[in-house]
Design a protein around this ligand. Structure first.
Ligand code: FUC
Length: 756
């Protein structure tokens, strides 16, 4: 059951529909009896084009803002940043369109079930309508790059399939293929930006176009394809395939219309349904079956919605945690594969032209969070799109570093897109400095980059990619650091996206912030370690060492909390969803319970003061934080909060995050990061390896009485299997391809072991 989501009725709204995907093509399956709807996506459909958005006024403004900030004139600093630094917004991720299918069955039916088998990445809809047993099956294959649909029925059935899109589009018949062609807008403004024409198609500056098509592969019925639909009559079995391609090639290359023909190549090269399914299963299961968690709880044989409803009052269904853990792994494989785009705020599933926050990459937490479970769950191949994004940003962000800061290296602020725009956004929005000005994005992305190395130990990748990117990132910070009262700080700074009170007003700009300092230190430390491993005598090493030694220490405030800003300030929102100042504990490892117990205690105090509520991703981050504090019972409270049922349209105004009926994370609205943070958090309760020690059951919650784990990965490229009962590890196995010595910590003791 922990591998299956199933429902007793068709989805009425998108957050009840079931997601499938191969990293590139995404579909949300509604499972309608008479009227089926599949809401489709393609990872490369974004508005706009590559454009230099950095403002020429920015560097002067930065120098003035720095001076104002260091003089305590925060208001002047914020005003000048907003006026002269904050620029145009990132582009937006676009929905492709819908496949609508009308069947000649009555909408009255019996024994309805709609399911997603995560063990196979196959979705099914089954029911009996007036004696007609109907089964529909859907999956998206990565090897064949298509979505397959198979409709079977015991009685002859007719259906009519059509395609529609909110994008500027048209349909046509091309032989036996129904084609939907379209184009993305040249401009798509974020929903929070009020203007008269938020969506603009500019013929002079055309956006990305796409070609998608549906083809009948097999049927025993009669077929008619015209320019608006595919009709099949008297069929008991029909197989259809959907393919889609855009003309996007790479962020810095022109659009390439030749790529559009690939849709037809894909559709004409397909083998029969069974072969496509067979290669889909072997591709998918090779990844999904690598990891497994079993909590040996009694399985409830009820539908997923009822299960979630019951869970609100009865937490005995421990399998719910495992199901959500598996869903995060499933979503990783369905949304991020080699060669596809990195997962955005909604993974690859978005139905709106103006999606929340443009469904872009928000890198002051969200995009990085999407990749937290990938490595520990042994899915390093699915990490490739993230690595590619970091590499591309390290190229594109050099302009932002130069124009805004007159610095070497690269930087990125909190929003980036498929075009790798790295500038600070917020043009014409009062107060946008709170989120828009945050040149620490490159640094946080380097955490993901370096973690990839930590887990995989891929030395070639370290030498060929990581080293160069870390060096560029270090150079940027080396150039912007200022000596102030004997310490190197990056002024001005913000702490995403929180504010503090000062002389009766709320500000976000500060001399520096704890997050800023922590991220820069982490970049420097990783750069030095990288040079050491590769035995590179880099000319920046001395400079990095000197500045690192004079950067501010963590500071503890009057309530025992870790300070968020340069000096102790009164927080404008004490329970703010971001916990940026705690970055050092997680995802970084500058603060740990072993190495820095006092600071870890201050983190704990800060978490207590922030409280156990928040948006979906905020709850997810806090799960991981409590896990690193080795407090599994507290983490479970947050997991339970994350499993709060949220129905479509429920807006809880930055608090009360939870889970939608289809198990998508509810910020609300839907945002996929929380799903990934949950999976990473569950793994973090059971195994940790960030302190040079492999710790088994570092934060076991009391309610996990008995369990078994297979295939989780520890840093050092070590696959770990173990079992426990009543809080004690009963067996474990460490698998490494290479011979190495490791320290293992379990049942309160530490052992040095030789493995491999
Ligand atoms: C940041 C967060 C919001 C949301 C958005 C996409 O601005 O503060 O909660 O996640 O990104």
């Amino acid at each position: 059951m922990n591998n299956i989501l199933w429902y007793k009725s068709q989805a009425q709204v998108w957050t009840q529909a079931l997601p499938i995907g191969n990293g590139s093509i995404g579909a949300m399956i509604f499972g309608g009896v008479k009227n089926e709807k599949l809401s489709m996506n393609l990872d490369t459909l974004w508005s706009g084009k590559r454009k230099d958005k950095d403002l020429d006024t920015a560097y002067d403004a930065y120098l003035k803002a720095k001076e104002f900030t260091l003089n305590g004139e925060y208001e002047k600093a914020e005003n000048i940043i907003e006026r002269d630094m904050l620029s145009e917004y990132s582009e937006a991720y676009m929905p492709l369109g819908d496949i609508n299918i009308e069947f000649s069955v009555s909408s009255e039916c019996e024994n309805y079930s709609r399911s997603l088998d995560m063990g196979q990445a196959v979705a099914d809809v089954e029911f009996n309508s007036q004696g007609n047993n109907v089964k529909r099956e859907y999956f998206v294959s990565y090897p064949d790059d298509v979505m397959m649909m198979k409709f079977t029925s015991t009685k002859k059935t007719d259906f009519k399939l059509s395609l529609e899109s909110q994008l500027k589009s048209s349909t046509e018949a091309r032989g036996d293929i129904l084609v939907l062609k379209g184009i993305c807008p040249s401009v798509a403004m974020p929903v929070y930006y009020k203007c008269e024409n938020p969506i603009v198609y500019d013929e002079e500056n055309e956006g990305i176009s796409f070609v998608s098509g549906v083809k009948i592969l097999e049927t025993d019925g009669d077929i008619k394809v015209d320019e608006v639909s595919i009709e099949v009559k008297n069929a008991t079995c029909t197989v259809l395939a959907f393919a889609a391609k855009s003309n996007f090639e790479k962020f810095d290359l022109p659009l390439n219309n030749e790529k559009l023909n690939e849709t037809f190549e894909v559709l004409s090269n397909l083998k029969d349904y069974d072969s496509v399914k067979k290669s889909h299963l072997s591709d998918y299961q090779e990844l999904y079956n690598r990891a497994e968690i079993n909590l040996f709880a009694e399985e409830k044989n009820i539908d997923t919605y009822s299960r979630l409803v019951e869970f609100q009052t009865d937490k005995s269904d421990l399998g719910m945690y495992v199901t959500l853990f598996n869903f995060g792994r499933y979503l990783t494989i369905a949304s991020s594969r080699e060669g596809t785009q990195a997962t955005n705020l909604q993974g690859i599933w978005n139905k709106e032209l103006r999606a929340p926050w443009s469904s872009n990459y928000t890198i002051n937490i969200n995009a990085e969070m999407n990749y937290w479970p990938t490595l520990v769950c042994n899915l390093s191949q699915c990490y490739e799109p993230m690595l590619k994004m970091v590499e591309e940003i390290s190229v594109a962000g050099q302009n932002t570093a130069k124009v805004q800061f007159n610095a070497r290296g690269f930087t990125a602020h909190h929003n980036v897109d498929m075009w790798r725009s790295t500038t600070s956004v917020g043009l014409d929005v009062k107060g946008s400095v709170r989120f828009g000005f945050w040149p620490l994005g490159g640094g946080w992305l380097c955490n993901n980059l370096y973690e990839y190395y930590n887990f995989t130990q891929d030395n070639e990748f370290l030498r060929d990619k990581v080293y160069g990117i870390l060096k560029l990132c270090s150079q940027f910070y080396l150039d912007v650091l200022t000596l102030h009262d004997g310490e190197y700080i990056f002024a001005p700074s913000t702490s995403p996206e929180n504010g503090y009170r000062h002389e009766g007003k709320v500000f976000t700009i500060s001399e520096t912030t704890t997050m800023t300092t922590t991220i820069i230190k982490e970049v420097f430390i990783n750069f030095l370690e990288c040079c050491e491993i590769l035995e590179i005598d880099d000319d920046e090493i001395e400079n990095v060492k000197e500045k690192l030694a004079k950067m501010p220490d963590f500071k503890i405030g009057s309530k025992g909390q870790l300070l968020e800003w340069y000096t102790e300030k009164e927080e404008a929102e004490p329970t703010h969803r971001h916990i940026s100042h705690l970055y050092g504990l997680h995802p970084a490892n500058l603060i740990t319970v072993r190495k820095t117990p006092d600071i870890a205690q201050a983190v704990k105090r800060s978490l207590e003061l922030r409280g156990d509520d928040g948006t979906g991703w905020s709850l997810g981050w806090k799960i991981n934080q409590w896990a690193r504090l080795k407090d599994g019972n507290h983490a479970i409270n947050l997991m339970n909060n994350q499993l709060r049922l949220v129905e479509d349209g429920q807006n809880t105004k930055m608090h009360g995050g939870g889970t939608y009926p289809n198990l998508f994370d509810a910020h609300p609205p839907f945002q996929i990061d929380g799903n990934f943070a949950f999976s990473a958090g569950l793994a973090e309760l059971l195994i940790q390896s960030h302190e040079g020690v492999i710790e088994i059951l570092p934060a076991l919650p009391d309610c996990f009485k008995k369990g078994e784990v297979k295939g989780l990965v520890a840093r050092g490229n070590i696959i770990v299997d173990f079992a426990w009962e009543n809080g004690k590890v009963t067996s474990f196995k460490l698998n490494s391809k290479e011979k190495k010595k490791v320290i293992v910590c379990y049942n309160g003791k530490e052992e040095i072991m030789e493995i491999g």
